[in-house]
Design a protein. Structure first.
Length: 201
């Protein structure tokens, strides 16, 4: 899952939202100690969501639909495709507009700026320039984001050419997302119940 999905799955909890955005920038258990408890829980939840998504039989099947050249990068493409699907169908999963949610996310990051990893600050400057996350509704914006990701990878890759396979895969993304996302929502609710029981909160 990508940023928008992690934010949505935090279900309005500020600490989990922050941890959901920080998750890609915080490695190992020791690094968690730099953050308040609820943000730490959000980072742990981020990792849980990624594991559950990777192990989903629906996602595994979706990966096999990719041409061989793109298969190594299918996880990255699926993450962005799922954010595209979520943005397109925001009303199904969250109250209020996505535009309003974008503002609330930026307010949350500003209010906790001392915690925000430097690389996330850089990404949010990019997000501001391109109108994310609401702009993920647009295929062109999603494809542009994938091409940009490709330039930051160390080895040559075909992410700048995802437009070639997108028309064939887009219906599969839609079907897979509508199966997987509710499953992950349920698993997150179960995770939060377990954590609440364990911590007594």
């Amino acid at each position: 899952m990508n940023y928008l999905a992690h934010l949505c799955l935090a279900n309005g909890d500020s600490g989990l939202m922050l941890g959901g955005m920080f998750g890609d920038f915080v490695r190992g258990r020791w690094a968690l100690r730099a953050f308040p408890e609820q943000v730490r829980q959000g980072i742990v939840l981020h990792r849980f969501i990624d594991r559950q998504t990777d192990h989903s039989t629906v996602v595994k099947k979706l990966r096999t639909c990719f041409p061989r050249e793109f298969r190594r990068y299918s996880g990255i493409i699926i993450d962005l495709a799922f954010d595209h699907e979520l943005a397109m169908n925001w009303w199904r999963y969250m109250p209020g507009s996505l535009e309003r949610f974008d503002i609330e996310v930026r307010d949350l990051l500003r209010d906790n700026s001392e915690l925000v990893p430097e690389k996330l600050t850089g990404f949010m400057r990019y997000a501001d320039r391109h109108g994310l996350f609401a702009a993920y509704r647009e295929e062109d914006v999603t494809l542009y984001a994938l091409a940009g990701l490709g330039t930051r990878l160390s080895r040559p890759n075909p992410l700048h050419r995802v437009s070639e396979i997108w028309p064939d895969l887009a219906p599969e993304f839609k079907i897979a997302f509508r199966q997987v996302f509710p499953e992950i929502q349920s698993e997150v609710l179960e995770w939060r119940t377990r954590m609440s029981t364990t911590t007594g909160s």
